[in-house]
Structures are given as structure tokens and as C-alpha cells.
Ligand binder design. Structure first.
Ligand code: IPE
Ligand code: IPE
Ligand code: MG
Length: 239
């Protein structure tokens, strides 16, 4: 096999979009300006996915832990999400991208929930790509939801506990039909998962870059894909 092209492009890329606050701080701006610039990176990366043939893009937009941030930052992030949904809906349609979410949306403000529901519904028929926003998402919370679903089926007598397999767990996650990510990118130099996609990332390639999220645009994304293509994935084999 040619080392330079060991892998095909990833089918699913997951990104921990980190470093908005530091980007703003470096410029003497309020943190929310970093988040605003970060929203432009989202747009750029969605476009880059289309160019590289990446079908699924999962973005960590708000974690179950992020509620502890100052109230005005949380409110600012929710407002930005609303703005993003309203201003980018047309682009999603033009590019036939379906919007989906993972995480517990029930804790989000009503206006955000309604807008999400609307765009999720209106883009449902699209099949060229999927943009998955992780909102009020935590990998452990998702596994708890899956465990509850499985336990309910066992209690109802429709599932034999001895018949539970890895596929049963995958099948009870928030989006059971989405394949596991092939590539995880985290920007801003931090090298941790911060409770993102704990189950689904078990065999993903990890790429940590010092670039702050607002500076991560098409070029950086294409470089990340090229790096992924050079990686050797063995899946336990000796090849
Ligand atoms: C990521 O940027 C955005 C969210 C977590 C919503 P940060 O806000 O975490 O930026 P830093 O890590 O403080 O630089
Ligand atoms: C992870 O980034 C969450 C999102 C990108 C939404 P954080 O900035 O919240 O993570 P920590 O606090 O550095 O672990
Ligand atoms: Mg951060």
C-alpha cells in the first residue's frame, strides 16, 4: 500500500471546537467575539467537508459541563446558536445538508429548541451530508440514556440481558444510525476528550492542533484530512 495514501478520506469527522476564549483574549476582545468568529469557522468547515467528501460532521458546541460558565457567556452562546440556525438554514438547503443533534435538548432555552426543531425538520429529507451539533452533550450522560433505554426493554421483557451486545449499546445512543467518527480533531492545543463521544471514539484517529478554533478554516481542515489519510489504521491486525 502506498504510504502517502494509506486511508480514504474519513466518512465521519468529529471536532472539539476549542480556543474561542483565548482567541478573543489575545485580541483584547470579550470572549463572545471569539465565539462569533468561531461560528464562521463552522461555516468554513461545513463547506470543506463537502469538498473532501466527508459525509458526517459532528461538532461539540456546548457540553453538559459548560453550564458553569458565567451566565452572560451561556446566554451569548445560545443567542449565537439562534443566529447561526437562522442565517445558515438556506445554505444547508442549498447544499442538501441535514441538521441533527446529540445531547439533551430539554435543558436549552425554548426559543433555541423551537428553532432547532424547525431546521432539523426542514432539512430532514437532505442526504448529501449531515451536520450534527452536540448540544448540552456529555458522553457519560449519553451512555446513561442508553443504559436506561436498555433497562426499560429488559424490564418489559423484550430484551434478554444475556443477549445485550455492543450493537445493543450503539443502538441506544442518541443517533444510532450514524457511523462512528474516523477522525477526531481538537483545536487549541488541549489534549483531552472533555467527555465527548466516549463510546463512539474507541477507534478514531486523534488529531490535536495548536490552532485556535476561530483560526481553523478550510486550509486547516484539508491539512487534517491529509494527515488522516497518511495514518496507518491497524484495528488490532499486524498489517
Ligand atoms: C470553545 O472555546 C467553545 C465552547 C466551549 C462553547 P472556549 O470558550 O472553550 O475557549 P477557551 O478554551 O476558553 O479558549
Ligand atoms: C469542550 O471544550 C466543550 C466544547 C468544545 C463545547 P471546553 O473548553 O469546555 O473543555 P475543557 O473545559 O477545556 O475541558
Ligand atoms: Mg475551552
Amino acid at each position: 500500500m502506498n504510504e502517502a495514501t494509506a486511508n480514504k478520506p474519513p466518512r465521519h469527522v468529529a471536532i472539539i471546537m476549542d480556543g474561542n476564549g483565548r482567541w478573543a483574549k489575545q485580541r483584547g476582545l470579550p470572549r463572545i467575539e471569539g465565539h462569533r468568529a468561531g461560528a464562521d469557522s463552522v461555516r468554513a468547515v461545513v463547506r470543506a467537508c463537502r469538498e473532501s467528501g466527508v459525509q458526517y460532521l459532528t461538532l461539540f458546541a456546548f457540553s453538559t459541563e459548560n453550564w458553569v460558565r458565567p451566565q452572560d457567556e451561556v446566554n451569548g452562546l445560545m443567542t449565537l446558536l439562534l443566529t447561526f440556525l437562522r442565517s445558515r438554514e438556506r445554505e444547508l438547503h442549498e447544499n442538501e445538508v441535514r441538521l441533527r443533534t446529540i445531547g439533551d435538548l430539554s435543558a436549552l432555552p425554548g426559543a433555541v429548541r423551537r428553532e432547532l426543531d424547525r431546521v432539523i425538520e426542514s432539512t430532514r429529507p437532505h442526504g448529501r451530508g449531515q451536520l450534527i451539533l452536540a448540544l448540552n452533550y456529555g458522553g457519560r450522560a449519553e451512555l446513561v440514556r442508553a443504559a436506561r433505554g436498555i433497562a426499560r426493554e429488559a424490564r418489559a421483557g423484550v430484551l434478554d440481558p444475556e443477549a445485550i451486545t455492543e450493537a445493543s449499546i450503539s443502538g441506544h445512543l442518541d443517533l444510532p444510525d450514524v457511523p462512528d467518527p474516523d477522525l477526531l480533531i481538537r483545536t487549541s492545543g488541549e489534549q483531552r476528550l472533555s467527555n465527548f463521544l466516549l463510546w463512539q471514539l474507541s477507534y478514531a484517529e486523534f488529531l490535536f492542533t495548536p490552532v485556535l478554533w476561530p483560526d481553523f478554516r478550510e486550509k486547516e481542515f484539508h491539512e487534517a484530512i491529509a494527515e488522516f489519510e497518511r495514518r496507518k489504521r491497524r484495528f488490532g491486525d499486524v498489517k
